[in-house]
Write a protein that binds this ligand. Structure first.
Ligand SMILES: NC(=O)C1=CN([C@@H]2O[C@H](COP(=O)(O)OP(=O)(O)OC[C@H]3O[C@@H](n4cnc5c(N)ncnc54)[C@H](O)[C@@H]3O)[C@@H](O)[C@H]2O)C=CC1
Ligand SMILES: O=C(O)CCC(=O)C(=O)O
Length: 411
């Protein structure tokens, strides 16, 4: 099942639990606007290269649409659509005043030079600048993009609309970015994990973790888990995977990755088959890379007791069913990785106020939002006798449905 079919399915299940009217259901499902643009750039060698860029704006009932921009070879309309829809439910679960959107360009950023990436980002921004904005749609980083990408979007957008720091979040601090945003998704994952484990009388200290992906989210989650006394016993990224039953020294691995750009040849662990990571023996598995990685091929072999979905839609519905039957507890993406967009909201608020918070305040507020959302999800689980994924979906969908009904449809 592709990402969009899977997301639609979860939405419909939640809608049935909430007893939503079928016409309202249809209106919530269909995206507000779908943008597809051609982006041609001269490469460094003078040849031309054409890429396709997307921005899907899913829903704006609760506020400006919000979501990241992904640079990855597998970016295609159905996946961006699914990710945009997930943003709508995620911002509602986090209870921040936004709707949902997502964008992306089908490209491999590892094959492009920095100046090629800059040209591509600027062309994409030229094509969408009149459809995004501080109060309409606010992009942010996602896979394959970062603070530098946001700086280029901000600069290009500002040529058309004047200096507008709040048009993107996840910016460099020097351009109005928020302290704590870079770590926020990983930090939010850790707060979410603590909230879940506490329900089972457990804590991060002493538990074992397997982490797929060592980019922004995976590396921050690993670092913070390590700091809290958790044992990261397996990690992987696109360059390979490694394991160490005594726990990997994450600060050393970060230095190695910084120096070599790769997880390979790190002498603090043994290399392993990257496909093994998801089925490796550990207490908590945290996918922090691509979607659909847990599926019917590997779900039955997963050994973890808890899965924290730091990536977006890492678990397809078939795997969801298999894992539930095995008694694996899954903390769903629209809650588990909401720390990033929550601190993006704090960044946007700071830009609009023209005031900067210190990092301690950012982290404290983030913890408050993550903890409150967890308890709200649990209440929905009790009210609807459902698992955490449906608890989160019913919470998010219900808030968006209420806002939509209140706004009405009169022309
Ligand atoms: N950056 C953010 O603030 C947020 C990101 N997310 C989600 O978290 C996930 C990761 O995003 P980022 O860390 O930002 O991206 P990133 O581009 O910084 O890192 C991605 C990581 O995944 C690894 N990877 C790629 N293909 C892989 C494969 N086949 N096997 C193992 N590892 C692989 C890469 O090597 C890299 O380490 C994505 O699903 C994204 O949508 C969710 C919420 C917010
Ligand atoms: O920070 C943001 O606005 C969005 C982050 C994002 O793309 C996500 O949560 O999947």
């Amino acid at each position: 099942m592709n990402a969009l079919a899977a997301t639609n399915r979860n939405f419909r299940l939640a809608s049935r639990l909430l007893g939503l009217d079928s016409k309202l259901e249809k209106s919530l499902l269909i995206p507000f606007r779908e943008i597809k643009v051609e982006c041609t750039i001269p490469k460094d060698d003078g040849t031309l290269a054409t890429y396709v860029g997307f921005r899907i704006q899913h829903d704006n009932a609760r506020g400006p649409m919000k979501g990241g921009i992904r640079y990855h070879p597998e970016v295609e309309p159905d996946e961006v659509n699914a990710l945009a829809q997930l943003m709508t439910w995620k911002t509602a679960v986090a209870d921040i005043p936004y709707g949902g959107a997502k964008g992306g360009i089908g490209c491999n950023p590892r094959d492009l030079s920095k100046s090629e990436l800059e040209r591509l980002t600027r062309v994409f921004t030229q094509k969408i600048h009149d459809l995004i904005g501080i109060h309409t749609d606010v992009p942010a980083p996602d896979m394959g993009t970062n603070a530098q990408t946001m700086a280029w979007i901000l600069d290009e957008y500002s040529k058309f609309h004047g200096h507008s720091p709040a048009v993107v979040t996840g910016k460099p601090i020097d351009l109005g970015g928020s302290l704590g945003r870079e770590a926020a998704t990983g930090r939010g994952v850790v707060y979410a994990t603590e909230a879940l484990l506490a329900e089972y009388g457990k804590s991060i200290k002493g538990m074992t973790f397997g982490i797929q992906g060592f980019g922004n989210v995976g590396s921050w989650a690993s670092r913070l888990i390590h700091e809290k006394g958790g044992k990261v016993i397996a990690v992987s990224d696109i360059t390979g995977a490694l394991k160490n039953t005594n726990g990997i020294d994450i600060p050393e691995l970060l230095k190695h990755k910084e120096a070599t750009g790769s997880l390979k040849s790190f002498n603090g662990g043994d290399s392993m088959d990257p496909n093994e990571l998801l089925v490796h023996e550990c207490d908590v598995l945290i996918p922090c890379a691509l979607g659909g990685v847990l599926n019917r091929e590997n779900a039955a072999d997963v050994k973890a007791k808890f899965i924290i979905e730091a990536a977006n839609h890492p678990t397809d519905p078939e795997a969801d069913e298999i894992l539930s039957k095995k008694g694996v507890i899954i903390l769903p993406d629209i809650y588990a990785n909401a720390g990033g967009v929550t601190v993006s909201y704090f960044e946007w608020v700071q830009n609009i106020q023209g005031f900067m918070w210190d990092e301690e305040k950012v982290n404290q507020e983030l913890k408050k939002y993550m903890t409150k959302a967890f308890h709200n999800i649990k209440n929905m689980c009790q009210s609807h006798d459902c698992n955490l994924r449906m608890g989160a979906f019913t919470l998010g969908v219900n808030r968006v449905a209420r806002a939509t009904i209140l706004r009405g449809w009169e022309a």
